[in-house]
Design a binder for this molecule. Structure first.
Ligand SMILES: [Zn+2]
Length: 416
């Protein structure tokens, strides 16, 4: 087949895509296809053949009538090509929404397995998420990944919430800081850097390389372009010299994207710290976790229910009076413990360290810990004890927490 020189043909398995800058030359491509398929007695499936007029939203769709032989080819507003939906205005929200639907289904299946097996450990859950859900979330992110897409963040937060066993009102910086997964935006930006590496290593005659060169000159007068976006990401990642050199300088793509990831994660730590600082619910959390890193209790062999109790206490969403009173507008110093009725505010420290209702269980737990782990609690401050209980992920402690939670629920039920 010979096609006009100002047009492009993409062939993949039994798919053909013609790209052209004018309606007339696209029609010439279709005529060439028609002649070729008649010669070889092949039929083009007209129902699956569509014209996509890619343009700005303010420009009207072309009225040119395209034909293959005597059959009219219909226009479409979006087309799915190699798994990615491309819209006529290149609105990637449409593409990403489809990926969200797909990854949400994959997450549903991961979470149902998580429940049916009564929970995986942190490493298994993370590995399964990274290999079954994240690849769908980042499909083609090298192209569309610059912007933030709320739906993707929500999806990742849903995965984190299911693992921690916390409710939907849990402050997001709290729960994300426990797991320390790579944030969606950084994962996407690294995908863009990987695509950049592939393009600059390509022969300059290849289509992506030609588009990149065109986009580079187009970007002198236009702001929101892929070229400008990747430039700002690489600048942010400390890779501006490499970007300006227009080559990977003998470095592997993996090395470059890992370098960018580390750099972006360091900067993210500061953003995250500010977010934690700004949330009143995370009052306890600030004492327990100051870095965006996997928390040791998640890596210990505690059960799903134990993990949930600890995570809720740490994130300030365990239903103690200090938290419930906030919603009823009770002043903080009047949110008193209804279990012991000693006039103490029922906060996390009262519940774990001081409430006399659980003295028996508490003393036994401290004795067990002392014997088994050689911990000396006598010299520990309340804050150190508190940190130990909610951070170490020791089985005896997590059993104690779930045990006193049950006692608390039963006591309150009886009193009501
Ligand atoms: Zn109490």
């Amino acid at each position: 087949m010979t096609v006009p020189s100002n047009s492009i043909t993409l062939l993949y398995a039994d798919d053909i895509v013609f790209i052209s800058s004018s309606a007339a030359s696209l029609q010439t491509q279709l005529d060439t296809l028609n002649n070729w398929s008649r010669r070889w007695r092949l039929n083009v499936n007209i129902d699956k053949t569509k014209v996509l007029h890619v343009r700005k939203a303010t420009v009207a769709r072309s009225e040119f009538v395209f034909k293959i032989g005597d059959k009219i080819v219909d226009y479409t507003s979006q087309y799915r090509y190699l798994g990615l939906t491309v819209s006529e205005t290149l609105d990637y929200n449409i593409s990403v929404n489809e990926l969200i639907t797909g990854s949400s289904r994959a997450l549903g299946s991961l979470v149902s397995k998580y429940y049916s097996t009564d929970g995986f450990d942190y490493d298994t859950y993370t590995k399964l998420f990274e290999s079954t859900v994240a690849p769908i979330m980042t499909y083609c992110a090298g192209v569309w990944g610059f912007k933030a897409y709320e739906g993707l963040d929500k999806l990742q937060n849903r995965a984190i919430r299911s693992f921690l066993g916390v409710g939907k009102f849990t402050p997001i910086p709290g729960m994300t800081g426990e797991m320390a997964w790579i944030p969606v935006s950084i994962r996407n930006h690294c995908q863009m850097i990987k695509l950049w590496c592939r393009i600059v290593n390509m022969h300059s005659e290849r289509l992506p390389s030609r588009i990149y060169a065109w986009d580079c000159s187009f970007s002198r007068n236009h702001k929101d372009t892929w070229y400008n976006n990747i430039k700002s990401i690489m600048n942010e990642s400390g890779l501006d010299t490499l970007f300006n050199s227009k080559c990977t300088d003998g470095l592997s793509t993996k090395f470059i994207s890992n370098f960018a990831k580390d750099m972006l994660m360091q900067k993210y730590q500061i953003t995250w710290e500010k977010a934690v600082e700004a949330m009143p619910k995370l009052r306890t959390y600030r004492d327990l976790n100051t870095t965006y890193s996997v928390q040791p209790y998640l890596k210990s062999g505690i059960s799903r229910h134990e993990r949930s109790a600890i995570a809720r206490l740490r994130c300030g969403v365990f239903p103690l009076e200090i938290e419930k009173g906030r919603y009823r507008g009770v002043p903080a110093d009047r949110r008193l413990c209804k279990v012991c009725r000693t006039g103490s505010v029922e906060d996390e420290k009262h519940f774990l360290l001081h409430c006399p209702t659980y003295s028996l269980q508490r003393n036994r737990m401290f004795m067990d810990c002392q014997q088994r782990y050689n911990c000396n609690f006598d010299n520990m401050s309340d804050m150190d004890k508190f940190k130990f209980l909610l951070s170490a992920g020791v089985k005896i402690v997590s059993k104690f927490i779930t045990n006193i939670s049950d006692i608390r629920t039963q006591t309150l039920m009886r009193k009501n």
